[in-house]
Design a protein. Structure first.
Length: 324
């Protein structure tokens, strides 16, 4: 910094202002200082800046199952929102969902100096973990019960929209292919489907369970296709719904003439399924943005713990029709 100040003919304080993006430096002086910085290869010392400001401008994200559609879309939104706010993102994958793995992830992030953490571990193991005191935390997914803010899709609303749509088309009841029992989101969707049927006085069939993959949807679809009385299926995500559609076609059940199918997510490919899939749209960009906004409010002590539920929308396509 002293070298930059000497060559630019300014004080060290002016160099500091330019390096920290302060606005109280005139344009010509700022340009001269920046030219010297480039000439000397000067880069501000982030650690020293953090010691002065008490802020590292970095957030940690603890995540499991990086390959799932919702996780990748939410991570992309978090990274975009954090960058726009001048923060870097330190990603910490958890390879096995266990209490100790989550505690270890927090420990490693603490060593790497982050200002706060977004938790994206969508499994019931979180209920067993005591999160650290003093570190701002936001939990993405609705099932956890912590003294921390929670941001998620309104899973209950989405499953209700899907189930009510099928009932309003004249189907006597709706079968359900659920996600894994360990999943908060899958549990919320299954409970809402079940409650909607009960509220309408309809029979509640036994749910079938998959693992979010199209292969597990195909296996469940083969079981459902064998029963001619089944005319409506709500599937907990679009990838499993793709497998269900494949199974129904394979077994000679026409969609939507014989069976109506609704998915959940509205992944980009859903409109290209055959037939195009009616589904519940989650707005992952909103989830990521609201997660970052909520965490920064916690970091700066301006937040509160009210949960954030991002609304869903039912997207109507050709995989559902009135019962004939």
């Amino acid at each position: 910094m002293a070298d930059v100040a000497r060559l630019a003919g300014v004080s060290g304080q002016t160099v500091s202002r330019v390096a920290n993006g302060r606005q109280n430096v005139d344009a010509l002086t700022r340009a001269r200082v920046q030219d010297v910085m480039r000439e000397l290869g000067y880069r501000p010392n982030g650690a020293a800046r953090a010691l002065r400001s008490g802020e590292f401008r970095s957030i940690g994200v603890i995540v499991f199952e990086l390959s799932t559609f919702g996780t990748t879309r939410t991570l992309d939104a978090i990274a975009t929102a954090a960058t726009a706010r001048g923060y870097s993102v330190n990603l910490m994958p958890v390879l096995s969902v266990s209490r100790q793995a989550v505690v270890d992830a927090f420990t490693r992030l603490g060593e790497q100096a982050v200002d706060g953490v977004i938790m994206m571990i969508e499994a019931h193991v979180l209920e067993e973990v005591r999160l650290p005191v003093g570190l701002p935390v936001v939990v993405v997914h609705a099932g956890a019960h912590y003294d921390h803010p929670v941001v998620d899709t309104d899973q209950t609303q989405g499953a209700r929209l899907a189930t009510e749509h099928l009932l309003e088309l004249g189907h006597r009841t709706v079968w359900h292919v659920a996600g894994p029992p360990s999943s908060f989101a899958a549990d919320q969707r299954r409970r809402s489907w079940e409650q909607t049927l009960r509220d309408r006085g309809r029979d509640v069939p036994a749910a079938l369970f998959g693992d979010w993959s199209s292969a597990s949807g195909y296996a469940a679809g083969c079981r459902l296709a064998a029963d001619p009385d089944i005319t409506a299926i709500f599937v907990a995500n679009d990838q499993m719904a793709l497998g269900v559609l494949h199974a129904l076609h394979t077994h000679g059940r026409s969609v939507p003439d014989d069976v109506s199918v609704v998915g959940f997510d509205d992944m980009e490919e859903a409109a290209q399924f055959w037939p195009p899939l009616t589904t519940v749209r989650q707005t992952f960009t909103d989830i990521g943005r609201r997660s970052v906004d909520t965490l920064l409010a916690e970091i700066h002590s301006t937040g509160h713990h009210a949960p954030v539920a991002v609304p869903t929308t039912l997207i109507l396509r050709n995989s559902t029709a009135s019962l004939r």
